[in-house]
Design a protein around this ligand. Structure first.
Ligand code: LAC
Length: 226
């Protein structure tokens, strides 16, 4: 057995690809889908951080819609309200990364408790996991809405630590977002950074406990170590 009892996954960008929305965006604005998708994701994250710094909270779906509205304006792209809302709702229909379901099943079969902790509202997390065909493998679904603060606020990570849970040293927090792995590490979790596309880890005085190039590598690591 390895040292962990529970693996806690971030959702957006870790289990499902936020840039799945670029395809739909590209149908609306030929050749500009990925540009829109990147700005939209960046603004969405900035708004979560800004809200928490201001001691304010709005559900993630609203933040996502506001970030889309900003990004369209910034890029001089226009959509009718109903089209903008429909594009925003694509965030409920994101595609899972390859090998995600199989790898989660391998971890669960090895006796690990499998959870998700996301900035998404509980409603969004269920919608995304259901669409991606992943819901069945999760033992725990945790939304920061309980804390009304977004990651990387420590209160957001604390929502996953139940009074009944085993010690946090037996939990591994996994994210592809290096700022999120950094926040989780500062909170006290051991962390795994999934670096699929050779990104650079944040320079904030923290290094993840482990780094893998995909979820299959993580599953192999956690289930074959002596
Ligand atoms: C989430 C974002 C941070 O799922 O990716 O919480």
């Amino acid at each position: 057995m390895n040292e962990f009892n529970e693996v806690i996954f971030d959702l957006y960008g870790t289990l499902v690809d936020v840039h799945s929305v670029a395809r739909r965006a590209d149908e609306l604005f030929k050749g500009r889908g990925i540009e829109l998708s990147r700005l939209w994701r960046q603004k969405q994250l900035e708004y979560t951080w800004l809200l928490t710094l201001m001691n304010r909270y709005e559900p993630f779906e609203i933040v996502t819609q506001r970030a889309l509205t900003f990004s369209l304006k910034q890029l001089n792209l226009s959509l009718r309200d109903s089209e903008r809302e429909a594009l925003g709702n694509e965030y409920m229909r994101l595609e899972p990364y390859p090998a995600t379901l199989e790898s989660l099943k391998v971890m669960r079969a090895a006796g690990l408790r499998v959870s998700v902790l996301s900035n998404g509202s509980e409603k969004s997390i269920y919608a995304v996991l259901t669409h991606a065909g992943l819901l069945e493998v999760f033992d725990g679904v945790h939304s920061v809405e309980r804390a009304q603060r977004f990651k990387p606020d420590p209160a957001a990570y604390r929502t996953v630590v139940q009074p009944s849970s085993t010690s946090i040293s037996s939990m591994l927090f996994i994210s592809s977002n290096s700022w999120d792995a950094t926040g989780a590490g500062h909170f006290g979790f051991k962390t795994c950074w999934i670096n699929r596309t050779q990104q650079t880890f944040e320079e904030m005085g923290y290094s993840p406990t482990m780094t893998v190039d995909g979820i299959a590598q993580l599953a192999a690591h956690l289930t074959t170590r002596g």
